[in-house]
Design a protein around this ligand. Sequence first.
Ligand code: ZN
Length: 283
Amino acid sequence: MLETRRLNDKKKVIISAALTGAVTTKGNNPNLPTQPKEICESAIACYEAGAAVVHIHVRDDDDQASMRFDKFEEAVTLIRETGCPVVINLTSSGGQGFSWEERIKPFKVLKPEMASFDSGTMNWLNSVVFMNEPEFLELCGKEMIEANVKPEIEVFDIGMLNTAKYYLKKGILQAPAHFQICLGAPGGMEATTENLVYVVNHLPEDCTWSTFGIGRGANEILMAALAMGGNVRVGLEDNVYYNAGQLAESNEQFVARVARLAKEIGKEVATPDDARQILGLRK
Ligand code: ZN
């Protein structure tokens, strides 16, 4: 499987922690961080457990999905003020019905080192349209280049990968690209090793990649990614259960498991500076 590693470091694994997301609620798992102070505390705990990157969404005062700029600003400022070196990755989607401006402003103004870029539209969880129309993606890509923010290209199916390749050719995205292969969301590809191998084998040569599985395939994807030389994302955005029927205690519980597994098979857990180097983040 040498060819499936692309530019990923063969020894180091970058753990990203997706702390909050837009879908899960405290009703699903009371340990979900939703307000800036909780998000900051979770980010620090994940860093201490081995995460190099934290992927951040915010919620409004009622814990509903939100793209409120003041909430992003508060969360990012709190994390930065601690001096924690973790790489910050902000969402550019955040839920349903947000304007292009609301989706772009957090990364444009706060200039995290990374932000998510969802390279296509899909029927989300068989309930709503996850809208990423071409004009928005072109604008979003250009704004990320302008702000010197590295896109984390989220692909939920192979069509999104093909779209990303088109934008790479057009200069809306730049090589070396970084992909997050998101498996197991109803409406996208299922979380199976077969699907992961298929997507990885169709990535551009000069890219890095990470992956996660939602739901029952989560642990399979985690183990397959480690075996294939991939980076991994874990956290309460993607899974509220640590194992079947067992609610997760925290985001850092997921991170600590990956760190243990990685070390057990002779890998190193990438530090934030390792991740900056592997992913080619701005100096
Ligand atoms: Zn997200």
